[in-house]
Design a protein. Sequence first.
Lengths: 425, 338
Amino acid sequence: MKKDLTRQQHLDLYYYMRLNRAVEDMMVKLFRQNKIVGGLYSSLGQEAISVGTAFALEKKDWLAPMIRNIGALLVKGVPPRDIFTQHMAKYTSPTLGKDGTSHFGDLDKLHIVSPISMLGDLIPVMTGVAMAGRYLGQKIVAMTWIGDGGSSTGVFHEGLNLAATQKAPFVLILENNGWAYSTPVRRQVPLENLADRAKAYGIASYIVDGNDVADVYSTAKEAVDRARAGEGPILIEAKTFRRMGHAQHDPAEYVPKEMREYWEKRDPILLHEKFLTEKKLLDAKTKKEIETKIDALLSKDRDFAENSPMPPPELAEKGVYCTGDDCHKIRAKWERPIAEVTPPKSSVDASWVVEGFGRGKGSGGGTAPIHFGDTPAAAEQKENEDKMAPATPAKTVTKKAPGKPSKSTKSAKPVARPAARKARR
Amino acid sequence: MADTSKNPATNGNGGGPVTFLEAIKQAMFEEMQRDPAVVVIGEDVGVYGGAFKTSEGLLEKFGWERVIDTPISESAIIGAACGMSYLGLRPICEMQFIDFIVCAFNQLTNFVAKGHYLWNAPAPIVVRGPSGGGVHGGPFHSANPEMYFVHTPGLKVIYPSTPYDAKGLLKAAVRDNNPVLFFEHKYLYRRIKEELPTEDYTVPIGKAAVRREGKHLTILSYAAMMYNSLEAAEALAKEGIEIEVIDLRTLLPLDEETILKSVKKTNRVLVVHEDTKTGGIAGEIAAILCEKAFGDLDGPVFRVTALDTPVPYSPPLEQHFLPNTQKIIAAAKELARY
């Protein structure tokens, strides 16, 4: 697959992986200087996945990163300064200091949905994004990531199953880095390949070497194209390894030394650089140019972040609710005729067709049976109840069966009161 | 009972009084008609028309893309609706019974509710469904889980008591830019009827309604308990106790202004709700009154609520569990002595 890429694509992938690593290296320094106020999560050794998959998306497509997908944000167009200010809890950060790490998004321009810490929740959300995009005729693909650990959550199942039943244009990247915090993947999932989970949903899947960026990209591109063409959701398992602990505080001594050494030799940036050099796609001069460009960008953005103010304390009180059009003008962008989804064109025969048998319809009408509600209330069943439970103290039961309006009083007595009518408007 | 279901487009105009259930259906129909960004998503909402027939006729009219039958996956329903709203849609999610909303608790409280505050992402979704007891639904089909969500900044919580309000508030909820939870007391679905205006209207979210004016004490209530409260007020009027009855309608944000105004007049407050006592809205209201109207109070804030137990199934147990008019009358009489 590698040969399908142009030289520029190969170099772009290299650039973004280097940028991803440089951003995170710089944040480790900032963390050690106590300039990052919260946790710091590393994607060291997993850069090929974030970069290669996001690189397969078009500008109009949507993504939602997980904690180790800073590379995907960079590819989508997020400037490093946003990542620095987020981690440093600055007022200039995308969330103004209200949240940290990669927990930010951009609905309007970059089409990025913010993650939350609860794993798997993005899967139904991005399924909804994909469904809405299709409904509006936008021909977009939605992509998100999940770890080996997160693939055991209930919402992973609910989300992927819904995506499958809806044939949503959705691509899920399952980053199998071998460890969910301190628990090895074998202890979490009794499967050799987590891609096998796709079989349960009747959807297509791929397995890819997560440390080979060109392979990751080519596979993701194929998946994105297929999803966009209407083939339904696709799961890609990218096999890799988490070289740091769960976060900066974690020395990860539970990881065998030999395992770490094995994967360090398979560093995705070194592997890609070796490939580029062998194919004469990258020379020393180009490499130097890339490094200089990254250094300049990062020192500028780091300075910006360091010199940014912390948020004013009163900001904590603001922004819980959207106040309306003055706050957000929420308008769907239609790229298909609205007439297609409005009556009369939208009208259908509301019935199920069961192959080999025929049609079935819902029951209807103002007196159609409903699940509960028409049943008489406890008070309405007083007589019956007296027989059933004679021990019930009679004083709790009144003769006239007061309480909620019974069927006999349903002539809307309460709502017909003039006072009520006047007051409600 | 007027059968208006054959033509869901009926606007209450000329059709006579409509049920609470019909009012819900009209609200969804009219909002979908008005705005193609409005879609309905939930379990059995399409072909079947919903377990309570609130979405009957919508699929026929608006098609498969806008009326979406889902797997039994509450988290996925609300998660997907949230994702849809990011592209400008305004999904109405149905929880088949509102009891099941807690299956999506994380999705609602962590994802949907916090989005605007944290990253400037409004999620204009409505989550609605049948709630409440009195119909022998048992412990998992009778819940009043509103307070889990009243405790969640970022959500709005509505619990109407009349067809007029149900329709007007549901329309307002669909047009609101925030996630709105909309509780429909299933006991009221077919038990009350009301003539509705022919023209489009909304009822403002966050505004209580004075259902009955009085000067001796104020009852604050909502949903099905409104009717017990009014019945108690009628009974006590004969004994010379004039009770002001206020329908809260929206629990989050709470209409403090209307509450405080009434307390200034009556100086006594009884809160009545079908939700259980501990952590119910009555406790929150009592605290607000202590903070903001202590000098206006002539007596303690009283509560008539359900018991602090799960909702039991057997009719005598459920009846014992639920508040009723007699309990309200007894509490009001005691309070009136202060």
